[in-house]
Design a protein around this ligand. Structure first.
Ligand code: SAM
Length: 213
């Protein structure tokens, strides 16, 4: 697929503002050199250390569900290559910021250089355990989690603003994408079946558990 074909294929389920944001983010700049030619295939691709850049349709769906608006303060858990954070950063401009947390130091460093190369200025990549959220920049209007959790991590719920929304995959063998909304308590909506790599951390899976996922 080329970029135009990919963007056309997203019409119908992705919000036009999300498609427009994705048209402005060069996915090839978030991929290893050998995979450049596959940048606009609608599939996850390896980015090293056993991790993947999410498929474009999944980025589009998660951004559409979150209804990102200019000025918002956003947390991404599982920054990976930095691509999904870059798309969200486009959607919250002007005035908004994305904090992307990644547990693998090498990937966090690569994400920083990918984002700089792509000219994205409103994303900060932090190397830490995102299952605990990022209390120093909370509360967040939106939280996007790109790795599947055993259950909804309590610290992430507590770091949502009132009226805030979080999208995250939950489950091990069978995973579902949840939308959590904080408004007079928390409501949880199940959106669709998905496949993500595990969220590994204090409020996620333990490293010893992941072989059996
Ligand atoms: N959003 C990414 C992108 O656009 O490239 C793709 C993310 S990849 C599907 C999931 C990422 O979550 C991996 O890079 C993995 O290392 C990371 N991860 C897993 N557990 C984590 C945790 N507790 N905190 C932060 N990152 C975590």
């Amino acid at each position: 697929m080329n970029k135009e074909q990919l963007l056309t294929s997203l019409e119908g389920f992705a919000h036009p503002s999300v498609i427009s944001a994705m048209s402005r983010v060069p996915r090839e700049m978030f991929l290893p050199d050998l995979l450049q030619s596959r940048a606009y295939d609608d599939t996850p691709l390896p980015i090293g250390r056993g991790q993947t850049i999410s498929a474009p349709h999944m980025v589009a769906i998660m951004c559409t569900i979150l209804d990102l608006q200019p000025g918002m303060n956003v947390l991404e858990v599982g920054g990976g290559s930095g691509y999904h954070a870059a798309v969200m950063a486009e959607l919250v401009r002007p005035g908004g910021h994305v904090y992307a947390v990644e547990r693998i130091a090498e990937l966090a460093e690569a994400a920083r250089s990918n984002l700089a190369r792509a000219g994205v200025e409103n994303v900060t990549v932090i190397h830490s355990d995102g299952s605990l959220g990022l209390p120093e920049h909370a509360p967040y209007d939106r939280i996007s989690v790109a790795a599947t959790a055993p259950s909804i991590p309590e610290p992430l719920k507590q770091q949502l603003k009132s009226g805030g929304k979080m999208v995250l995959p939950v489950g091990r063998d069978s995973q579902e994408l949840y939308l959590v909304t904080r408004k007079n308590g928390f409501s949880v909506e199940r959106k669709m079946g998905v496949i993500f790599v595990p969220l590994i951390g204090q409020e996620g899976f333990k490293e010893r558990e992941i072989e059996i996922i």
